[in-house]
Design a protein around this ligand. Sequence first.
Ligand code: ADP
Length: 540
Amino acid sequence: MSIFEQDLDKSEANHLALSPVSFLQRAAAVRPDQLAVVHGERRYTYARFWQRSRQLASALNARGIGRGDCVAIMATNTPEMLEAHNAVPLIGAVLNSLNIRLDAATLAFILEHGEAKALITDREFSPVISEALVKLAKPLLVIDIDDVLAEGGELLGEMDYETFLKTAADTEPRIGISDEWQAISLLYTSGTTGNPKGCVYHHRGAYLNALGNLCTMGLSHTSRYLWTLPMFHCDGWTFTWAVTAAMGTHLCLRKVDPALIFQLIEAHDVTHMCGAPIVLNMLANSPAELHRRASKPIELATGGAAPPSAVIEAMEAIGFNVTHLYGLTETYGPATVCIPQDDWPTLAPEQRSARMARQGVHYITLEDAAIMQAESMNAVPHDASSIGELMIRGNTVMKGYLKNPEATRSAFAGGWFHTGDLGVQHADGYIEIKDRAKDIIITGGENVSTLEIEEVLYRHPAVLEAAVVARPDETWGETPCAFVTLRQPDGATEQEIIDYCRARMAHFKAPRSVVFGSLPKTSTGKIQKFALRERAAGLA
Ligand code: ADP
């Protein structure tokens, strides 16, 4: 045995479970009076945030909930959601944040599959939740969030959240964290192909990814983070814990409303935000008289879908500094970041934003990300044109899919997580996603990236939003079909859009058909390409 292994064992002095809950405990000790959470008229300091989280933890303990139990929550970005992100893991339980746009049948499936023992639910969602609850085989503890800012709904649980907090306020919670590999949260993927899969996160990964965000976005105790990203989406890409680690201020927000967002930006002098490209587009295209700026450009992280470079430019023009992140539910949200190089500011704006629209390099807290051939697991040449699948490995990849060993095994085949995204790697090592494997168009045997066509469409002055999908074609197999929302009705004709694309790309890549109208979206701001594919297939 090496001398470095003798009498140098792990102990509680030098080896403890990494858990993001420790960030809140520390913030409450170090900056107890710092403003931690703002929601409407409500204000909580870090001391109070920690106290309320401990009260929730004790109240759950008192109802027999502890290590290994699942607690679901159906909520928007409110203080209760932040408290649950600390209270539930503190007692070793697992937080299952539900996507608020899901239907009753899917919610019931998730509550059954995740074996939730309790559900904390915002009154606004009582119609769909009451419908889901009747479908469950076993009753569970239901606690209502009775937020004054909620729009309608009714209380349907055993008691409201504030009353629940008081039920065990005098007892300390039973700390349930002993191993950093323990599950901390359960998040379901969208399930566009069958039942959704439950991604299980561990404490260690949540801790690391939160610190990765802190470094990447430069969060500090002077940060004022506006919650334009749903906290139920990958635990808010782990910013729920990252902002607390930095001891910054969480500015809650129930829904993406441009007027309110700009009002809050000005009122609180916001420093940081995250959002899907669709949210950015909505802000950039809102009436100019709504626009307000903070005292400095706002650091804005975008991801969840490819941001067209035109959208990045539009946001920069109205006071935001955009950072492009890429990730999936399986990777706690952000896994790669497009780190700007020193010479980029000197490039022409279009060239620079095209560089920024690449997905970039692996996060500081991830070990590796590479484009590989899925069959051989060999890396593709860094030539910007050889297409392969993006593979990821490191400590911020989920434990696996809940009760689905087969899906877990195939996702982790060959020692890498298979993202299902196709892309290329540039000479500088930067990754660029071309498409999801299921979205890429194969026309006359050639691969066509729908993101590449969308990138051009977003530059057309009449186009507000665009998505491209495959349309079955007898001659070519498939052809690109564009769905476009115009800024003004009659702003452009189908032929004008097609000609615009043909002038800017190889002709076989240009859309053959253009359909005008609004685009169906998911609650996380993604365009539902499967729905558009069905529409495209049905076109006369
Ligand atoms: P869902 O499957 O419900 O969309 P995820 O949030 O896990 O759930 O989606 C992850 C997917 O989103 C990725 O596999 C990728 O296709 C897409 N995506 C995320 N970020 C980016 C990005 N920056 N650029 C391009 N695609 C992205």
